[in-house]
Structures are given as C-alpha cells and as structure tokens.
Design a protein around this ligand. Sequence first.
Ligand code: NOJ
Length: 558
Amino acid sequence: MTTKKWWKEAVVYQIYPRSFNDSNGDGVGDIKGIIEKLDYLKELGVDVVWLSPVYKSPNDDNGYDISDYRNIMDEFGTMADWEEMLAEMHKRGIKLIMDLVVNHSSDEHEWFKESRKSKDNPYRDYYVWRSGKDGAEPNNWEATFGGSVWEYDEQTDEYFLHLFSKKQPDLNWENPKLRQEVYDMMKFWLDKGIDGFRMDVINFISKVDGLPDGEKVEGKKYVSGHQYFMNGPRIHEFLQEMNEKVLSEYNVMTVGEMPGVSPEEGKLYTGEERKELNMVFQFEHMDLDTQPGKNKWHLKPLDLRDLKKSLGKWQSELEDGGWNSLYWNNHDQPRIVSRWGDDKEYRVTSAKMLATCLHMMKGTPYIYQGEELGMTNIKFDSIKDYKDIETLNMYNERVIENGENPQEIMQSIYTKGRDNARTPVQWNSSENAGFTTGTPWIKVNENYQEINAEKALADKDSTFHYYRKLIQLRKQYEVIVYGSFEMLYEEHEEIFAYTRTLGDETLLVVTNFSGNNHAFDSTIDLNNAELLISNYDTAEKKENTFDLRPWEARVYKV
Ligand code: NOJ
C-alpha cells in the first residue's frame, strides 16, 4: 500500500499573483492583495498555495525571468509583505510552496551581468557559452518562445544558451558552484518557513554533452532539441544531490514541472526510495488536442479515449510507487471549461463534471485561480490586447514575418494562448471585476457580471461550493487519496468512468464528457450505494441502469 504523506492528502491552489488581486490600484495584483483573499481560500478549503514567482524580475516572462532570487518584485510589495502573507497563511492552516525557477535566470541577474563581461570572469561558467559554428549559432535548436536558443553577445564574441526567451539565459548545472548557489538560495526561503517548492521545467537542467544538433526538418531553420535536454544524462544525480543537501533537512513538499516525461520516468523522479522529488507535474494529457509532432498551436479536437488512455496509464504506472499531480489548468493552459467542457449553456454543469473527474483520481489535485468559479477563455479582437511573450512572438513570426493568415492564427490563440488563464480573477460585478481600482495590466473578461466570486459564494449551487465539497470529500474518505484506480468502459467515446478501491471501500465515478444523453449500465451493483456528489439534482435511485444527462457527473460509494 502507498505510504501516507500530508502532501498526498492535500489540495493545492495556484496563485498567479499578477492577476489575482490588486490592493493598491496600480493594475497589477500584489502580495497585500493575496492577504486580503486568504479567508476566501480558507473557505474553499485548500491546504497549500503554490505561488507563481514573486521575485525581482524585469517581467519579460511575467516573473519566470528572475533577476534577484532573494528579493520581492517591487510591483508585488516588500519582503515584509511577503512575511506577513506567510504568517497569515500559516495562521489559517494553509501551507505555501514557492516557485523555484532555476533552469534559467533573467539576463538582468547579477550573475549574468558578470558572466557576459569576459571569458575569464568567475561567473562565466554559471551560464552556457559557446562559440559559433561556421559563422552561425552553435546548434540548430529552436527556443520555446521562437527563434534560435542561442543569442550572440558581441562583448566576448560567443553565444549564450536560452531555451526560453533571450532574456532567460540557461544556468549551467554542470558547474558545482552554481548548484551550491541554488541550494543556498533554497535554504534562504526554507529557513523563512515555506513549505516547499514547485520547480519550473526542472527536468531541463541537465543537457547532453556537446549539445548536438536536432534532427533537421525540411523547410525549418530551427528544430526541436528536446531529446538533448529533457530528462538529460545527469538529471537524477542533480536532484539527488539537491535532496541530500537541502530537501532532506526539511519536511516539505516538492513538485517538479516536467514536460515530456513518461510515467516510467515519473516513477524514477518520485519513487520514495530514490530521494528526488515528491511528485511530478506532467503534460501528456495537455498535449492531446495538439496535432502529433507539431507545436501546441496546431489544433486537433480531443478524442476522449486518448485522454482516458493517458490518465489511466499514469494512474496504473504510479500505483506502487511515485506520485502525480492532478490538474486541468495552470497559468500556461487555456481554461478547462472552454477547452473540454461547454462554456456556454452548460458552463456550470460541465465545470463541475470536469472537477469531479479530476478530483476523484489518485494524486494531488491542483486548482488554478478562477477555476473554482468556472472562469472561461478570453477572446480579444486585437492582438494588441495580448501580453504573453509566447503568444506575441508566435504571432510576429507567423503573421508579420511569414505572412500567414491572421484569422487562423487568432483562432489558435483563442484556443491555446496562455493569456486565457491570465485575465484577472473576477471577484465581483463592480468595475474591473473588483480586481483593481486602476487600469488592469491585461483586460478583464467581459463576462465578470455573470461569473464572479461574490455571486458564487452566495449561490449554494455554484462551482465554488461544488469544489469545496470535493475537497471536503477528500478529507473524509481515505479511498479518494489512497485507493487503487481502475478504468471502466475504456472504448466509450463520451463517458469517463472509473472505480477507486481501498480495502472493502469502493467508489464508482461516472462522468459524461458531452452534451448528449447516455444510458449508463453499471456492472457494479448500486442497490446499496450512496451518492456522494453529483452536479445534477439526483434523487437517490437504486438502479443499476440510469440515464446520464449532458455533462453529468456522479460519484457513488458502493
Ligand atoms: C514553465 C512556466 O510554467 C512558464 O510560464 C514559463 O514561461 C516557462 N516555464 C519558463 O520559465
């Protein structure tokens, strides 16, 4: 049986501070704004907050480009505000995990400013510098935010590596001094009393020696180099060292953001005896509505059978060792109710169904700010209203430089753009949804009169109260945390159903991922079953065959 741990029993809430709540009217969310909403989080019942970066940053990538790891961004407040926030969280029994972004720093970090000065600068090897190849970049890898991963620097006539934007130079983990700096910085925060870290693209930190070219693609100048830096040769060694030198001294939670990780690798990262991380945050299910082999902007409708296959595989692979995060949303993903639910007629019902399907699985659930309100995607008419570097770079490259059809590109931005998740949290129906008294840094979704927290709190049938109940159930029934998982009806195209079993307790979870009615025929006897939660007013019917209504979800204890 799986060992018991507090972080397996927890529900995490992610705050993207820029868009959460603005206390001083400058249009940008801040730490005092978070403090104002802690009672709201307490009422929801979450155990842990994952706070996206609040460190000093020039904000090329909204804080994921850090120029000082030990100080707070001016727009967000001061260290004293942060300390007050932590104390206020702890007072309410809420833990805090901070974002650890150490695959790269900002180019405005002191280390990088030194590093670029000369080839013999003591900080030179904190980053990855190479000379050009035949008058061009050292290799052909494409950066996540477009263009080459290499930026030429005249000062020393060399290129530095940046897997993301050119203002996010990659740190050189081969250098033991750099690693020690990171460990010291982690201790700085842990000694302030935080409860753990979410680690940004942590499986990218070890690169294959020689940084070989990626496989050429006809008509493309830069190509994927993923196989040379995802789950690289020294990754487990680095994480074990970090664990030994830092994490083992604290009772904290760690979650590794890991694109391109398989369940087998996930087990290596999180198997308890291996002493690396507590859980993975993986992306396989998030890629299922992307055309195979293409980047995220190339859309394809989701086939529910693929989703079941993927999530089911993670459930079974990690059954006897390892631990996974459960999520539909974060600050990089579109809003789930717009993505795989129905954000029009069945917005509330489908949001609840999606929540049920996720929260009843095995793993630690994550709720991304506004998800508990059933917040939806955004559609700005003009590209000028978008703020995300990934979206803007892609638009520039494809529309401005390559002359592709702007309407088509806007469609993919509406579907996949990261700003979908980054519009301000809708608190009430006053101007700017109560997020700010000033001008918000990004426009508020116009539907805030209908979708907002004040309204949700007052309505006992809201998604908010439904999430609250899901969280309560997790506290009440061990089977939700520790039970084993079995997928049912694998080949059904619209029903996602499974059981969870612990000892003699079994839960049956049935969810309808469509606006169609389905006759559901339970092979499990429901005669003495108790309905734990449902998104419809379902009378306790003791029948094994029932009509599953549009986007319906039911959880039975049998
Ligand atoms: C993953 C983060 O979630 C994303 O927002 C960021 O742009 C990249 N890592 C780079 O830090």
